[in-house]
Design a protein around this ligand. Structure first.
Ligand SMILES: Nc1ncnc2c1ncn2[C@@H]1O[C@H](COP(=O)(O)OP(=O)(O)OP(=O)(O)O)[C@@H](O)[C@H]1O
Ligand SMILES: N[C@@H](CCO)C(=O)O
Length: 303
């Protein structure tokens, strides 16, 4: 069997939670990180280019490399020495699944270089264990919008129908919010009322996404498990939400753990919603980049 000496893995950004689906739903977006691994006898080399490249670690602590090592640990083999070239398109710590791209990229690259001993399901389980929740890594691997739930013997993954007329618009501010910090503000227990609220609204979200029925979508994006606690970490949240809705969005939510904000709208209102979100943030002194990003339906690609 010939030994593979180089491989490139392209992994999409993801937006998790979609309001009431905290820690269980996410969608892949057409924004990518690319990771090239080349066997290299002279020890670890990590080179980074692209968006905010200077912020990524270039030593053994790099998350992408840690995931690569994890794969080899799991299959009980010594990892090869590699040169890694990272091309960043997904901004870091903004709620767009940058850590998931690194985890998925490192595991998938490691698996291919090792001769593909693990199935896609095994790689997915390792990725979920590393990230701690499934809602970014699963769509990053599979593409589209995915729901992950613990089954009786392992994870159950459902692909969620996303009506083609529903367009995501994201506004990415120029400040970071780590997932760790955004999880620390959450209560460990919630009331029965809040649990029922989210159960009902999550059901409504799934039906709203499938049907594009506007009144369902407008109501469905509400959440009581994480957003009320996280909004204080995102200055201007209320103003950006009001501007997005006034410009024609069905509603707005925090993308992942934030601070990126995600509005759902239709094709016609997309430019107006993006401009309104950017302007609302500008008025409170925050620079942002706002744009529509279609769903990626392919997930991780290898070449
Ligand atoms: N391409 C990468 N290579 C190496 N490490 C990365 C890469 N991308 C992200 N990371 C690591 O992940 C951290 C960001 O993870 P964090 O979970 O806080 O945010 P996120 O994944 O962007 O957002 P969210 O999980 O809310 O979608 C970075 O600070 C960095 O340490
Ligand atoms: N579900 C996760 C996504 C961010 O990684 C959270 O909201 O904390």
């Amino acid at each position: 069997m010939s030994v593979i000496s180089t491989i490139t893995v392209k992994v999409p950004a993801t937006t998790a939670n979609l309001g009431p689906g905290f820690d269980c739903i996410g969608a892949a977006l057409k924004l990518y990180n690319e990771f090239k691994f080349t066997r290299n006898e002279r020890g670890l080399i990590i080179q980074v280019s692209g968006t905010e490249a200077e912020k990524v670690q270039t030593d053994e602590s790099n998350l992408l490399y840690q995931a690569f090592l994890k794969l080899y640990q799991y299959i009980e083999q010594t990892s090869p020495s590699v040169k890694i070239e990272i091309k960043l398109g997904v901004p870091l710590a903004r709620g767009l699944g940058s850590s998931a791209t690194a985890i998925v990229g490192g595991l998938v690259a490691g698996n291919v270089l090792a001769g593909s001993p693990l199935s896609e399901l095994q790689v997915m389980e390792l990725a979920i264990a590393m990230e701690g929740h499934p809602d970014n890594v699963v769509p990053a691997l599979l593409g589209g919008c995915c729901l992950a739930a613990t089954g009786l013997t392992g994870w159950e993954i459902c692909d969620i129908t996303w009506h083609r007329q529903i367009v995501p618009v994201i506004a990415i501010p120029d400040f970071e919010l780590s997932t760790l910090e955004a999880r620390q503000v959450l209560p460990t227990e919630v009331s029965r009322g809040d649990a029922i609220f989210n159960t009902a609204h999550f059901g409504l979200l799934l039906r709203g996404l499938a049907t594009h029925r506007e009144e369902w979508l407008r109501a469905a994006l509400q959440d009581k498990l994480h957003q009320p606690y996280r909004q204080a970490l995102i200055p201007g949240y209320d103003a950006v939400e009001a501007a997005a809705v006034a410009a024609g969005a069905y509603g707005m939510v925090i993308s992942g753990a934030g601070p990126t904000l995600l509005a759902l709208t239709d094709e016609l209102h997309t430019p107006g919603v993006a401009t309104a979100m950017r302007n609302a943030w500008k008025q409170v002194g925050i620079k942002s980049v706002a744009q529509s990003l279609p769903l990626d339906i392919q997930g991780v690609t290898i070449f």
